[in-house]
Design a protein around this ligand. Structure first.
Ligand code: SAH
Length: 408
């Protein structure tokens, strides 16, 4: 029997596993969409286990793609559209490409930002893998059994492909690998390990403590970096309300020039960290206050004192079935904010639900505005920063939508 150590370094290649698609079901793969739905499959040769590598063929036996097998509705997540040997060298090249892209777009190696995303799943041709960088620590999340199986190999490559930026790799996949695969995931360091559970990182020169062990996602919402910068352009002298503030990302930026900043989050550990983050940058400053409470009840009771409001709720819809309810949630939330914001106020409003399209979201905010009767102009429409790239062939990877509104 192989030791666990040895097993995880295998590539899980099942050379005999071959998926053949139904006639006419090859169109989306030929347009480089990285998912094969189970309904598109005509036959399967071999019996792949969850996470094994399979090859996909058209009904006429033409090779189409290679990816990781899963027994769910997304049956194959494709990582190559050309025939390949998905070995260590293959993944080294993929990761090195992801790194080069961050260097070319000015994200990696910046002197005032050392928190960024190195791998964004489908956006980097690696569906099922997320890697976030916090200083010298990489936090990795496997969303598929395929990447869980090769986690050690990926972790081993990260120091090399980042040119030594990464010295420790923390695997945080307990909550992300498919539960049904019964992989028994345990979070912990795969390399390094003396890095503890948190670090102080820098984003645009602001300091933040990030706790990858206890924090949400990999520890920080890196995807809002550009919107936080944009907020600073509008927060001068304003009374800022940061709803769903988590560890105070928007609040810290606003503290540069706002008259007052209130952070609201239902998680008391998040608001405690928001206070810590504000203090780390501005000392004990009475302009900031954090409220560990429910956003909806806070907004129901609040006065019309704020002239800049941020609404950055968690994903209201994780699946298509919850879409209507989610849209209702966005309408409700935005209506209260638009109704209560001071005249001339600015609203930063976001949706991070993958199933809510940009149009859906804009329509919800439109209905919310119409219900209040106030005049609203769109100042900016925002999205994901370049280290969370949207794969043009995979519209689903555009999950983050934002509107910056001027409310008369
Ligand atoms: N804007 C943040 C990220 C927000 S993530 C940043 O830039 O870092 C969404 C946050 O909403 C989470 O911190 C979660 O704890 C909080 N949340 C979820 N439901 C809530 C509710 N009903 N009321 C208040 N906060 C809530």
């Amino acid at each position: 029997m192989l030791s666990t150590e040895k097993k995880v370094n295998l590539i899980h290649k099942v050379t005999s596993a071959r998926i053949t698609l139904k006639i006419g079901k090859d169109q989306s793969v030929r347009r480089f969409h990285p998912w094969i739905f189970s309904g598109a499959i005509a036959s399967r040769k071999g019996s792949p286990a969850e996470g094994d590598v399979v090859e996909v063929y058209a009904s006429d036996d033409t090779y189409l793609a290679t990816g990781h097998w899963s027994p769910g509705s997304i049956a194959v997540r494709i990582f190559s559209f050309t025939k390949c040997d998905p070995d260590r060298e293959f993944f080294r090249k993929r990761l090195a490409d992801a790194m080069q892209y961050r260097v070319n777009t000015g994200i990696a190696g910046s002197s005032d930002t050392d928190v960024w995303r190195l791998v964004h799943g489908e956006g980097d041709g690696l569906p099922g893998l997320i890697v976030d960088i916090y200083g010298s620590v990489a936090v990795m999340q496997a969303h598929t059994a395929g990447f869980w199986h090769i986690r050690e190999m990926i972790a081993g490559l990260l120091p090399e492909i980042t040119g030594g930026i990464v010295t420790s790799v923390y695997n945080k996949s307990e909550g992300t690998v498919p539960f049904m695969a019964k992989l028994g995931p345990v979070n912990g360091f795969l390399t390094g390990g003396d890095a503890g559970s948190s670090a102080i990182v820098k984003e645009n020169g602001y300091k933040f403590r990030v706790d990858w062990e206890k924090g949400q996602k990999t520890g920080f919402f890196i995807d809002q970096r550009d919107s936080r910068s944009l907020l600073r352009q509008y927060s001068q002298g304003r009374n800022v309300l940061n709803m769903f503030g988590y560890t105070g990302g928007f609040s810290v930026y606003a503290m540069s020039n706002a008259a007052l900043v209130h952070t609201v989050d239902s998680s008391a550990s998040a608001t405690a960290m928001a206070n810590e983050n504000v203090s780390m940058n501005f000392g004990s400053d009475p302009r900031h206050k954090a409220f560990p409470t429910d956003a909806f009840s806070f907004m129901a009771e609040m006065k019309n004192d704020y002239d800049l409001i941020v609404l950055d709720p968690p994903a209201f819809a994780k699946h298509q079935s919850a879409l209507d309810k989610a849209l209702q949630g966005y309408r409700r939330l935005n209506a209260i904010a638009i109704q209560k914001i001071k005249p001339g106020g600015i609203l930063f409003t976001f949706s991070c639900s993958q199933v809510v399209s940009r149009d859906d979201f804009r329509r919800s905010v439109f209905v919310a505005a119409a219900n209040t009767g106030r005049n609203v102009r769109i100042l900016h429409q925002t999205g994901q920063p370049p280290d969370h790239p949207v794969n043009i062939y995979h519209p689903e990877s555009e999950y983050l939508k934002g509107l910056v509104l001027y409310v008369e």
